[in-house]
Design a binder for this molecule. Structure first.
Ligand SMILES: [Zn+2]
Ligand SMILES: [Zn+2]
Length: 276
């Protein structure tokens, strides 16, 4: 079993893509899952696979009601209750809670509002609005000590608010969904192509790269490209655009690039500190 990096704060993207999204953020004492798209079995297996089998799950943060983000909410909630003997809260906006399919509604649901930060153990959770074709979607950044880890996916266009949050991050998990050329030339129906490209769909490589070039903050250590389309993107194209954006921002030397995938979890990344 791989060992955790010798740093307190860490993030592990367990699954990323249209078949299920889930990331773990913690500091060894407190921890949260962001989204629960894969099955409960997969989420717990992957935590175990990357050395987080004993890591605490104090809450699950759900960004929006799409199945690839909320699919396991009900089952995972029941499983965590069984395993820990307590109700682990599933935080989501009122809009998300109302739009969630009944088969996904967790018994320990708590509603939150975009723009209102709250605490989970020693962590600060800051939900903020994103433009996506769902009821009231949010992205989350999680504060650990002086550092912010953010997961920003499923948005149709960059916004000033998202750019501001991105600029604060030490670790950014950022959507690089599609390459526009590949999308337009690809097999999807025209209506689906239009939905993905719309201002409430998903960020293209070019959109994410442009936002990144303008909004790389001074603290950024790790950039994890996420929610890549299996049909309409390639890891090489996404990585190349991200690398060019970091270069143009003068941050190429200090930021490490990673790629989150659908089938293989990323090892936990340590955040902050000059050791290791
Ligand atoms: Zn999604
Ligand atoms: Zn979505």
């Amino acid at each position: 079993m791989p060992k955790l990096p010798p740093r307190d704060a860490f993030v592990a993207v367990l699954s990323s893509g249209s078949r299920g999204n889930c990331a773990y953020v913690g500091d060894g004492r407190s921890g949260v899952l962001i989204d629960c798209g894969p099955s409960t079995k997969q989420i717990l297996k992957r935590m175990n696979d990357v050395g987080l089998g004993d890591a605490p799950i104090d809450a699950v943060l759900v960004t929006h009601e799409h199945g690839d983000h909320a699919g396991a909410a009900r089952v995972l909630c029941n499983r965590l209750k069984k395993d820990t003997g307590r109700d682990v809260p599933f935080f989501m906006t009122q809009g998300t809670a109302q739009a969630l399919k009944s088969a996904m509604v967790p018994s320990c649901l708590e509603t939150i509002a975009a723009g209102r930060a709250f605490r989970v153990g020693g962590l600060v959770v800051d939900p903020f609005s994103i433009p996506h074709d769902t009821a009231d979607p949010v992205a989350f950044r999680v504060g650990i000590g002086q550092r912010w880890v953010g997961v920003i996916t499923d948005l149709g266009r960059p916004t000033t608010l998202v750019s501001q949050k991105l600029a604060s991050l030490s670790v950014a998990v950022l959507e690089f969904n599609h390459d526009v050329e590949m999308l337009l030339d690809g097999p999807y129906a025209w209506s689906v192509k239009q939905r993905i490209r719309s201002s409430h769909g998903h960020l293209s490589n070019a959109q994410s790269a442009a936002m990144l070039a303008e909004s790389v903050g001074p603290h950024l250590e790790h950039l994890i490209l996420a929610h890549l389309s299996g049909e309409n993107n390639s890891p090489e194209r996404a990585l190349q655009e991200a690398a060019m954006a970091l270069h143009s921002a003068g941050a190429a030397n200090r930021v490490t690039l990673h790629l989150a995938t659908q089938d293989t979890p990323l090892e936990p990344l340590g955040v902050g500190g000059a050791y290791n």
